[in-house]
Design a protein around this ligand. Structure first.
Ligand code: F6R
Length: 240
């Protein structure tokens, strides 16, 4: 795993955007995975800026949603699909038919295989951009997730529920289950970029850099990936 130390949060977005744009320059219909949350905001702003300046045409890209809450309605504004559409896909003119997303009310046993089949039909994932959670999760692959796990329904860890309470008002309102691409699904991506931004992520980044791959730290699957890059801003970067 390569480690890139960005100069600041803005530079982190710029560097991640450069990788997305290089991927689309090589293959305009590339299949991309994006997270939502605080971390990719700078990346999204940069991509939208490039698009508005006429330097990026992402209209042929295919996008797979990394994860989603289970048990909410399809039109809930707090769904990750709605969030990604609002904050990235619509501004980039990526139409709804080019997003492969978990249905929040999808069948618990077959929704994961439906998404895996969709990814396979698109020729696999070219680039997975991921954010690391406070507990080291990637998507909703919480600690304990097997490295070869595929898309599936999962229970959210207490730390994830606590962390996402800011979007739901209170922890009791956060859906306790979700769907997520698996660590095996993400490891099969041709390129993986993990983003870590802000002081709250410093200790998990430190652990990630020190640890050997282990299910206790889901993001550590990146160590085994042949083309993985961790981009950290100075707040998230351990000294060194
Ligand atoms: C989001 C996701 C998570 C987040 C991670 C960091 O789709 O699956 O892995 O990327 O929890 O969240 P933020 O960026 O809000 O700190």
């Amino acid at each position: 795993m390569d480690i890139v130390r960005a100069d600041d949060a803005d530079d982190l977005g710029r560097r991640a955007a450069r990788i997305v744009m290089a991927t689309l320059a090589r293959a305009p219909d590339a299949t991309l995975v994006f997270p939502v949350g605080a971390t990719p905001r700078g990346l999204f702003a940069r991509l939208i800026g490039e698009h508005r300046a006429g330097r990026l045409d992402a209209s042929r890209a295919r996008v797979v949603l990394l994860d989603e809450y289970a048990g909410i309605t399809r039109d809930d504004r707090r769904s990750f699909a709605a969030w990604l559409r609002r904050d990235l896909l619509q501004p980039l003119d990526i139409t709804a038919d080019r997003l492969l997303a978990f249905a929040p009310n999808g069948d618990r046993d077959i929704e994961g295989s439906r998404i895996e089949a969709g990814i396979a039909a698109w020729g696999g994932i070219d680039l997975a951009v991921l954010g690391i959670g406070l507990n080291g999760h990637l998507g909703f692959n919480e600690p304990g997730s097997p490295a070869d796990s595929r898309a599936r329904r999962v229970a959210l860890a207490p730390e994830t529920i606590a962390s996402n309470a800011r979007y739901w008002g209170r922890a009791e309102d956060v859906p306790p289950h979700g769907f997520t691409l698996g660590l095996g699904t993400l490891s099969a991506a041709r390129r993986v970029v993990v983003l870590a931004s802000g002081p709250a992520k410093r200790s998990i980044v430190q652990r990630l850099l020190a640890d050997v791959p282990s299910p206790d730290l889901p993001a550590s699957v990146a160590h085994r990936h042949p083309a993985a890059t961790l981009i950290v801003d100075p707040d998230a970067a351990p000294p060194g």
